[in-house]
Design a protein around this ligand. Structure first.
Ligand code: FMN
Length: 306
């Protein structure tokens, strides 16, 4: 009897949204592969709901890739896996701290070495820079990215900023009279089972070179050009603020809270000013530098690393 392929799923989730996404994507594979789940556990938990100051104070170390550590992994890092699914969420345009801690750890690198990896994201809608970072970590660990699936909140950008902050600060996810439910739309989660087919076929035939294009044909990654423009502007601002804040002290230090508050005020103003500006910029670029912006969009939809 042929052995079933072995799949390791590494993930972290605060609200359970990402775990639901994983479960839906993998449901049709039940009985066709053996799954090991490794939930990343920060040494000190990140709160949910978040205190406002605490939330913004988490930005510098997230952006600067100096995350809070995680508990030792439970999985045997030398065990054989045919596939690793790395499920993560972006925080501040970067991989969430537990994800970065995993990717930086010796155990994580050992585990990923020589493995095929699919990344699976549950995000608001700004994940490009985070994925670039993850691609770099995977490359350094000697693994091969064979597919990427991104679930986003499809509400307009400014609406999803409001709903996610309400969710993060008050724990309230449900819709109101004026606002939709926060997070990835329920229908997107339920229909993510469609990605299991190509993954099952790749596992069965150990054939990975066409997996990502098959996933793309199922709309595994949808990307609006204005978000490429917005994210490029955003990450530059975040890097500046991360340096400015961390120069005054480490996570939670009283000495840096004045700067955290400045960043807090400017971030929200920035999002509301920059969103319409980048929409206009992207429309101009789509006309004037059409080929270049299209190339960027294609690059971010793909799995190569430049
Ligand atoms: C601190 C923090 C920062 C976040 N930053 C981003 C971001 O930059 N881009 C994005 O698309 N989503 C962002 N999100 C949303 C998360 O990616 C994720 O979709 C949400 O927190 C639910 O994930 P969960 O499975 O951990 O509950 C952020 C969430 C948190 C808590």
């Amino acid at each position: 009897m042929n052995e079933r392929p072995k799949v390791l799923v590494v993930y972290y989730t605060q609200t359970g949204q990402l775990k639901r996404i994983i479960d839906h994507v993998l449901a049709p594979l039940e009985g066709k592969a053996d799954f090991t789940f490794e939930e990343l556990v920060p040494v000190t938990p990140f709160p949910f709901p978040w205190g406002k100051q605490q939330f913004y104070d988490t930005m510098p170390e997230t952006v600067q890739s100096t995350p809070r550590g995680i508990e030792p992994l439970k999985v045997d890092v030398n065990a054989h896996f045919d596939l690793v699914i790395l499920a993560y969420q972006p925080w501040f345009l970067s991989p969430s701290q537990p994800t970065a801690a995993f990717l930086q750890s010796e155990a994580g690198k050992q585990l990923l070495k020589g493995k095929k990896v699919i990344t699976l994201l549950g995000s608001r809608n700004m994940w490009l820079n985070a994925q670039e970072r993850v691609k770099n970590y995977l490359h350094q660990a000697g693994s091969t990215l064979v597919g990427n699936i991104v679930l986003v909140d499809k509400s307009p950008n400014l609406i999803s900023v409001i709903t996610i902050l309400r969710w993060a600060f008050k724990g309230k996810k449900e819709a109101t009279r004026f606002l939709p439910q926060a997070g990835v739309q329920e229908n997107e989660i339920l229909t993510s089972e469609r990605f299991a087919g190509p993954i099952a076929a790749a596992l069965q035939h150990d054939k990975w070179d066409t997996l990502h294009s098959e996933l793309l044909s199922l709309d595994a990654v949808e990307l609006l050009p204005n978000l490429v423009v917005l994210e490029n502007k955003g990450i530059r601002a975040f890097r500046f603020w991360a340096k400015f804040i961390s120069a005054k002290g480490g996570p939670g230090a009283a000495s840096r809270q004045g700067r955290v508050s400045m960043y807090r005020a400017l971030l929200l103003a920035g999002i509301f000013v920059l969103t319409p500006i980048s929409l206009v910029t992207s429309i101009i670029q789509l006309n004037l530098k059409k080929a270049k912006l299209r190339r960027e969009v294609d690059y971010y939809k793909g799995i190569s690393l430049r």
